[in-house]
Design a protein around this ligand. Structure first.
Ligand code: NIG
Ligand code: FE
Length: 402
């Protein structure tokens, strides 16, 4: 199938082009697509044998990638929201058996069909913001069977919603009650049973760990990453969210695609990311919802040219926000990111953070996933919230509006 998209106002994002705002809007551009991949971008491309589709001078960006979500779970944590408003902290609630473990309880009890049913409207909310790829983590099962159930549910979403899914095993998210005071024994299960089982069934593309005083130590994270790498899986971390344990630098040294949250990252950590090509994932929804005051070190990330990505972290405890454009808006208003930085953060840098290197750019050789917008300028995409200016999404060159 050969398709030519004409009359595009193409947002080209190439490193090296330093125009106003750091991106270029190319008027009257054409995009040639063959078998789902972009084979040419430019003007006056030869049209022979191509089916022609005019995008009527609308703005075209790469399809957005939400590179960090916990989209699959049952139950909600509105009660904890209230408890926090009455003065309890996220850590205190977790210590008392709530937090992640309360979602573990409801998720274990849910059938796979119910988990998929609950996740579909969340995915539908994301795609209304031009999202064509969603990363989904497990982490609310914490047994081999329940983690695999979550990963299977995540993959099943793509049968109901037209979107690419990439999955991450987050078995080391919290210590399950069965292993109270025996974290190393649980990490053994993650390394010796969970990761091999997920790899065997091809259920995970990556492995994540929550490295924090309330979760797992850098040494435990490193054992999990060793097992993941041995099985050919990518690695990434929830690191430096609430304190600085040095998890980000360790993850970077081990080859992590991304380290996520990173409010407490210091300059030596930032340098480690720069040195090892690890992406810094910013999750302003969690920062906002937990009413944190320590911001991620944006100026240091810029100084050391670390690529930044912006994601929803959609989850019931710290970021119940299924809108990626809202996160772009928050990354700008709360952390000071420019429009160029947020756009890169949901496209080419998000592709790097998920290891999906054929996505995130409109250029020859890349997948023809794009979003078409009813806006004049890229800034309008994240400027207003609630009135999605999306006109259409294309996956592999085919229109995908549901
Ligand atoms: O990304 N930080 C750890 N994990 C999730 C929160 C999970 C939860 O509270 O349910 C996060 O913020
Ligand atoms: Fe998260």
């Amino acid at each position: 199938m050969k398709r030519m998209f004409t009359d595009c106002r193409l947002v080209a994002m190439h490193t090296g082009i330093e125009l106003t705002g750091g991106y270029q809007v190319i008027e009257n551009a054409m995009i040639a697509v063959e078998n789902g991949a972009i084979t040419g971008v430019g003007y006056d491309l030869p049209m022979d044998g191509f089916e022609c589709h005019s995008l009527e001078n609308r703005l075209v960006t790469p399809g957005f990638i939400d590179s960090h979500t916990h989209l699959v779970f049952a139950g909600n944590r509105a009660t904890e929201f209230e408890q926090r408003l009455n003065g309890a902290s996220y850590q205190e609630i977790a210590k008392a058996g709530g937090g992640i473990l309360s979602t573990v309880k409801t998720t274990r009890e849910a059938s796979i069909e119910h988990l998929v049913e609950l996740a579909i409207p969340r995915a539908q909310s994301l795609i209304r913001d031009g999202v064509t790829t969603i990363e989904i983590k497990s982490g609310y099962g914490l047994t081999v069977e329940d983690e695999l159930k979550m990963l299977r549910a995540a993959k099943m979403i793509a049968k109901n919603v037209n979107v690419n899914i990439t999955t991450t095993l987050l078995g080391a998210h919290a210590l399950p009650p069965e292993y109270n005071h025996n974290a190393d024994a649980y990490i053994d299960i993650v390394c010796n049973e969970m990761i091999p089982a997920a790899a065997e069934e091809n259920l995970a593309d990556a492995v994540d760990v929550f490295c924090e005083t309330m979760a797992f130590t850098p040494a435990q994270m490193s054992r999990v990453f060793d097992a993941a790498l041995k099985h050919g899986l990518h690695i990434k971390g929830h690191t430096e969210q609430l304190s600085n344990l040095g998890g980000s630098a360790l993850a970077a040294r081990m080859g992590a695609l991304s380290v996520d949250h990173i409010e407490y990252l210091d300059e030596s950590g930032v340098k480690a990311l720069a040195e090892h090509g690890t992406v810094a994932t910013l999750l302003p929804g969690a920062f906002y919802f937990l009413r944190e005051t320590q911001k991620p070190p944006i100026d240091l990330l810029r100084k050391h040219q670390v690529p930044m990505t912006v994601a929803t972290d959609f989850n019931p405890g710290t970021s119940p926000f299924a809108r990626l454009t809202l996160m772009m808006n928050m990354a700008s208003t709360l952390f000071g990111l420019t429009t160029k930085e947020t756009l890169y953060g949901v496209t080419r840098h998000a592709a790097q953070a998920t290891g999906l290197l054929a996505k995130g750019q409109i250029a020859e050789g890349f997948d023809a996933d794009f979003a078409v917008w009813n806006v004049e300028t890229p800034a309008e995409i994240s400027y207003q919230i609630g009135l999605s200016p999306l006109h259409a999404r294309y996956l592999k060159g085919m229109i995908a509006n549901d």
